[in-house]
Design a protein. Structure first.
Ligand code: SF4
Ligand code: SF4
Length: 351
């Protein structure tokens, strides 16, 4: 489990257990949910639509065997049902917000009953942007419910009446792979629901989404030039797990993500000039465009690497980076090459 989330989860549980620290516990829970939700936002914001119905671990045993779209749907359908049908006793966000139509889901259930290809087909039918809006609204709505809870509410239990009500909603499939959920939820008190659908369930599914995303990035990079337009090597980049390369649709380079149209200006410039990368450009050394803007902390390192590629070629460059890794302990190449691009080039040459 993600160390940070696991620690927050542990702290939240300890704080909720005592009346004196209950409201701090709710605060910690909201922080944890915010941190996990940011991961979902990042994936939805940066990944191409076609990524969301892919199942790179299809057939595996575990949450990572699903798709990104399915994971989002499943997490927030469960939360919506539990938060509104059980705790608040009001209408679900799916119906209140009109998401049953806009998300374009053919089902209103949690999706537990779907198997194999059905998951991929279902995922492909969803409008991912609307699905994200639904997830965001469910999160906000649950957060409000959580904020309104008092310590005494934690012990509230749910009986047969709630079970019957839940079955009537049709939001949980009668298939045996799904129908157990109702008994499971109703066996818990409010504290138990906080511990699972509202926190741990998120962690488990979003961690699985990370695995799916990382695998999709690796698959996208297969057979693609691993040298980025700016001169960095994707194989040596600290974002290598996260990013699918600026030469593919799975580019999630942090610089590109904050650039207009989410396109790295250096990549756009190279493409407009019809060149392979900035290392093939005669203006390289004096260039201050995009990633090479002097205020960018990676500018000198990227330029030094592009200059090395221009002088010695990509093959030698990758060997030089391997040697640099053996010689120094660093996360980003700018920690070693970032002072000045000529000095960075010299360090690479002497590595
Ligand atoms: S951030 Fe740049 S160098 Fe790193 S993996 Fe993405 S495209 Fe490659
Ligand atoms: S002008 Fe700058 S950004 Fe454009 S290709 Fe040349 S070095 Fe790269």
């Amino acid at each position: 489990m993600d160390k940070n989330w696991s620690e927050m989860n542990r702290e939240m549980q300890a704080l909720l257990a005592k009346k004196a620290t209950f409201s701090d516990g709710i605060g910690r829970l909201l922080e944890l949910r915010k941190s996990i939700f940011e991961q979902i936002t990042q994936i939805v914001d940066t990944f191409p639509e076609k990524a969301f119905d892919q199942m790179p671990f299809a057939g595996a045993d575990g949450y990572h065997s699903k798709s990104l779209a399915y994971s989002i749907w499943h997490i927030f359908r469960i939360e919506d049902i539990v938060a509104h049908e059980m705790i608040a006793g009001d209408r679900q966000v799916l119906f209140d917000g009109g998401y049953a139509e806009t998300v374009r889901s053919p089902i209103i259930t949690t999706g537990n009953e779907l198997k194999g290809d059905e998951i991929a087909v279902f995922s492909g039918q969803l409008d991912v942007k609307e699905l994200y809006r639904y997830a965001r609204d469910v999160t906000g709505s649950t957060n409000r419910i959580l904020t309104g809870l008092e310590y005494a509410d934690l012990k509230r239990k749910f009986g047969e009446e709630t079970e019957t009500k839940l079955r009537k909603t049709g939001c949980v499939s009668e298939d045996e792979s799904a129908s157990w959920l109702i008994g499971y939820w109703c066996s818990k008190d409010v504290l138990g629901l906080i511990r699972m659908p509202f926190s741990r369930h998120w962690i488990m599914h979003v961690e699985a989404m990370r695995r799916i995303k990382n695998r999709l990035c690796r698959m996208a990079r297969k057979g693609v030039d691993t040298i980025a337009y700016c001169g960095f090597s994707c194989g040596h980049c600290f974002l290598g797990e996260w990013c699918g390369s600026c030469r593919t649709a799975y580019n999630t380079c942090s610089y590109a993500m904050v650039s207009p149209d989410r396109k790295c200006p250096n990549a756009a410039c190279c493409q407009a000039k019809g060149i392979d990368g900035c290392y093939a450009c005669e203006s390289l050394e004096a260039c201050e465009k995009g990633f090479y803007i002097p205020s960018n902390d990676g500018a000198n390192a990227a330029k030094a690497q592009a200059m090395y590629i221009r002088k010695y070629g990509k093959k030698e460059f990758l060997k030089a980076l391997d040697r640099l890794r053996e010689k120094y302990d660093f996360k980003k190449t700018q920690e070693i090459l970032g002072q000045d691009h000529r000095e960075g080039l010299r360090i690479l040459e002497e590595s």
